[in-house]
Design a protein around this ligand. Structure first.
Ligand SMILES: *Cc1c(COP(=O)(O)O)cnc(C)c1O
Length: 387
């Protein structure tokens, strides 16, 4: 189905609500029944009809249909955050004694789950450089039941050959989950590439205005039903109707925003690359990117995030640069209207900063919806402060 049709029409039933263009927010916890048998059926399968909004809700359903279609998946679930989607997707597919293979340095809260929560249940994780198929094969053990991918990574944009990894996993009966937050389904659709569960945070590009959290987990009907019936209902981490409505609103302009951000990012990256104060610059669709060929093959586009380091080494320069910016904000997250920077060194104690560790020098920038010149001027004056 065409993106425009998915975004503007799929799941909407305007004749049922006064032909309103924007759908209603069905802000209810409960749904009432006239017949005992209808209530009995709803109670026996919460996914089949409206009973209680921890399960299904009409506003959330509209969003759910759209997001599944964008992912080319049979179905999806929408959670209250991306972290909740990751949690449910993993928990539903491992049991005590299992082993997981994960890309190294995955998203913070995925890593926290592997390192802190799952070991309590005797589930162990091996981290690998995920770009090489041999690493996946070598790390796979008898009890490996789960592969965790994040392509690209949201700091250094390391990518994995998705189709090839999915094929290996299928052969061995291993479940695959990918964090597709960087690309969104507009630039990469892992489900048709053979991945079992495609996760994205909706907090970033889908919401698009830094005012709502959400997360998506897409997959086959059977896989999604399994997660709905246990983790989704049991943890109660489904998205609330008002937040679902905000995400439907965000989706309406997603392609336009992504197109704009793609163009602006190219301009900002070009400016940064030629600046004498900028040392390394990492951006997946830059010809100098280490995995450029694979990035071009796998991802229809790249935008928003890039990472760089300064020629003037040391924590002092990073602090000076970040604090000299007048318009670009310093904050976590990305995908909203506003441009952001985050220095890697903000995630560690000053005494742990290691000058010889290249990644400690990283500054990640997110390019939002502002005029590129406005951003470039701001970056230029902050870089000049280092001379
Ligand atoms: C933000 C983010 C998440 C988590 O999403 P939340 O909605 O913040 O819970 C997961 N993966 C990546 C790559 C992210 O950037």
């Amino acid at each position: 189905m065409n993106f425009s049709e998915i975004i503007n029409e799929l799941g909407e039933d305007r004749e049922n609500y006064f032909r309103a263009v924007a759908p209603p927010i069905v802000q209810t916890s409960n749904f009432a029944f006239k017949k005992v048998d209808d209530m009995m059926n709803a109670l026996s399968d919460e996914g089949s009809s409206y009973l209680y909004s921890r399960g299904i809700n009409p506003t959330v359903d509209i969003l759910r249909k759209k997001l599944a279609a964008l992912d080319e998946a049979e179905d999806c679930l929408v959670f209250n955050s991306g972290a909740a989607a990751i949690f449910a997707g993993i928990l539903a597919n491992v049991k005590a004694g299992d082993h997981i293979v994960s890309v190294k340095a995955p998203y913070t809260w995925a890593q926290r789950m592997f390192d802190v929560i799952l070991p309590r249940f005797q589930v162990t994780t091996s981290y690998i450089e995920g770009g090489s198929l041999d690493n996946w094969k070598a790390a796979t053990k008898e009890n490996t039941s789960f592969y965790y991918l994040e392509s690209p990574n949201s700091w250094d944009f390391a990518i994995q050959p998705i189709e090839e990894i999915a094929a290996i996993a299928k052969q061995k009966g291993i479940v695959t989950l990918i964090d597709n937050s960087y690309c969104t389904p507009l630039y990469q659709r892992p489900i048709p590439m053979g991945i079992d569960l495609s996760m994205q945070t909706a907090t970033k590009y889908i919401g698009g205005h830094s005012d709502v959290l959400g997360g998506v987990l897409s997959g086959s009907s059977a896989m999604i039903k399994k997660i709905f019936d246990s983790e989704y209902l049991n943890i109660g981490s489904g998205i609330q109707p008002f937040n679902a409505w905000l995400l439907i609103r965000g989706l309406r302009t997603l392609p336009a925003r992504i197109e704009r951000i793609t163009r602006s990012t190219a301009e900002v990256v070009a400016f940064m690359k030629q600046h004498p104060q900028v040392d390394t610059l990492l951006f997946p669709h830059d010809p100098g990117f280490p995995q450029y060929e694979l990035a071009k093959k796998q991802m229809k586009g790249a935008c928003g995030l890039f990472t760089f380091s300064l020629k003037n080494k040391g924590r002092q320069s990073i602090v000076k640069f970040c604090e000299s910016l007048k318009h670009v904000l310093m904050a976590v997250s990305w995908g909203g209207h506003e441009s952001l920077v985050i220095p890697k060194c903000a995630g560690m104690k000053a005494s742990d900063f290691d000058d010889s560790n290249e990644s400690h020098h990283y500054i990640r920038m997110y390019v939002g919806l502002e005029e590129p010149e406005y951003l470039i001027n701001d970056l230029n004056q902050a870089l000049a402060s280092l001379d």
